[in-house]
Design a protein around this ligand. Sequence first.
Ligand SMILES: *Cc1c(COP(=O)(O)O)cnc(C)c1O
Length: 369
Amino acid sequence: MREIYLDSPNLGVIEKNYLNRCIDSNYVSTVGPFVSEFEEKFASYLGVRKAVSVQSGTAAIYMALYELGIGPGDEVIVPVLTFIATVNPVMHLGATPVFVDVDPVTWNMDPEEVEKAITSKTKAILPVHLYGNPCNMDDLLDISRRYGIPIVEDATESLGAYYKDKMTGTFGEFGCFSFNGNKVITTGGGGMIVTEDERKASHIKYLINQARDSDREFYHSEVGFNYRMTNLEASLGLAQLERLSDFLVKKKGFNKIYREILSEDPDIEFQEQYEGAFSSWWMNSMKAEYIRGKVALVQDKLRLNGIPTRRIFMPIVEFPPYKKFKKGDYKNAYDIYETGLNLPSSTLNEIEQVEDAARIILEVLRNEK
Ligand SMILES: *Cc1c(COP(=O)(O)O)cnc(C)c1O
């Protein structure tokens, strides 16, 4: 059997061509035409006014919160089940993360829990479209409007996903994307902030470029950052953007196969979509109560059969810097963590390989019953 990949990037001729053009032009750093071209194409793909490229998804989240003026004394509501990079920016700004549990079916931030967590100090709601699956944006936007609290979307895993005809990342004040090597598309490492607010977009663009004034040479009227994307990265981004729709079709196909084959076992459950939501299926995932306490063992057995898997994110309040923010038992997040797995989802895989993998997974799991 050909090697099957969990989340490896898919790079080829188009990427090589763009990179060659980039090198031939001698513009490899942050000044270069591909950066703005990537931003413009990205914004138009999402149907949003502005896109500002940055160094990473983490930098995108940090800058979005910074632009909202979030700092010490402020609270930001985040799901407890996510990658650590959602939350670290909140801490670096000196603000307080307020963790809420997720919905057991969609694995996403539960809007009811969000509303309960609001206080007079809440300055932002930070939903994560986990593994590419859109959050319930109707309910979250309703809460955001009623309380006047902005939403910053962590859409780092959900490029191409949409909810009721609107792309994830375009609902909130800001949407944040990542182009790390394992994401839906990659630039090697990079990120993007999207927004309808042109003034805020240009302010972020200015801040990430060392807050360098355009009309006075080496004059800086604010404390800036160097979070710029390079032309090399943007050239990869343009190539990957051309292939995005193929990637999404492939990932959707993988999801169909896993569902078809693995549902032969009625005890296997999947991450489900809200009504009107269409996941990017960045990561295909499953859970089964009977693997509780045996997840690592199951992973070892699958690995021996050539199938790489990944554990579900550990609830953030397990980590030393975050333990003190634990409020409640976060039962759903812990259940998913203790019984779930991410399955091979790289677009390098062929449909037939995923079929074979799904059959092996079914077999290995059956032996654990
Ligand atoms: C990948 C990821 C990020 C951070 O993106 P980087 O580009 O790696 O900094 C943030 N949040 C989530 C949920 C992610 O999966």
